[in-house]
Design a protein around this ligand. Structure first.
Ligand code: DC
Length: 234
């Protein structure tokens, strides 16, 4: 019998496909840790903008990222960087519009991928992003690619941002998602793609509960088949 905190569930997909909501609920159901890697790329972008560092200033960026200490709390919904709660600021449009430019940089990705591997090493984790199934945990026991039509993704994201009190319109949200998808899928380093062994779930017509249940059932099958002796997440 293997004793670990549980399996590794890797979820990738385009912006607004419902990865965060799904991954968070799934993690709660399994009593696993939830990690939103997009929040880490957003935090790097926020810090770079604050320090007026441009994407081409690689040495400065590497120095900046190396000195960022990431701590997730509240089962992944709150991110602290060097003890500052950045959870709200990283969702602002200024960050959303620049994040793909900073995420393209190989040196930035190398450091963040390493940190993400350390966070997930013990298993018992649901990690979501763009390169979790391909680069961070290519050997994850369960790999999911979550997607949905662009219009529905934009609409869902609009509601989410409005609920957070942001004044933003559907066209801007849609444009931002489309531009980010293009950059995230076409960059040289760890682009967003579907691996052969990923289960593709199109969430266009699914409810959140249906999405979560589909992955939960698959996870339970794998956990049983591996005869894992899971310990508690903390
Ligand atoms: O998940 P999100 O939309 O908050 O992610 C913000 C950006 O971060 C996304 O457009 C690309 C980048 N990202 C990435 O390059 N790799 C990841 N694993 C997660 C996010």
């Amino acid at each position: 019998m293997i004793t670990r905190k549980g399996i590794i569930i890797a979820i990738d997909g385009p912006a607004g496909a419902g990865k965060s909501t799904t991954a968070k609920l799934l993690a709660e159901k399994l009593n696993y840790k939830y990690i939103d890697t997009g929040a880490m790329y957003r935090a790097v972008t926020l810090y770079a903008l604050r320090n007026s560092i441009k994407p081409e200033e690689k040495d400065k960026l590497v120095e900046l990222v190396k000195n960022m200490d990431f701590r997730f709390e509240n089962n992944g919904s709150v991110l602290f960087v060097n003890k500052e709660n950045v959870s709200e600021e990283i969702r602002k449009p200024e960050v959303s519009s620049k994040v793909s430019e900073f995420s393209k940089i190989a040196e930035v990705r190398e450091i963040l991928v390493q940190k993400q591997r350390e966070i997930g090493a013990e298993g018992g984790i649901v990690m979501e992003g763009r390169d979790i199934t391909t680069a961070v945990f290519p050997n994850a026991e369960l790999k999911i690619f979550l997607t949905a039509d662009l219009d529905i993704r934009a609409y869902r994201r609009l509601i989410e941002l409005k609920n957070k009190g942001m004044n933003i319109n559907l066209d801007d949200v849609r444009d931002n998602l489309e531009t980010r998808d293009l950059i995230d899928s076409n960059r040289e380093v760890n682009p967003l793609m579907v691996t052969e062994d990923s289960i593709v779930i199109d969430t266009t017509k699914l409810t959140i509960d249906e999405q979560v249940d589909a992955i939960y059932n698959k996870a339970q099958e794998i956990i049983k088949s591996l005869n894992l002796n899971q310990s508690h997440r903390n």
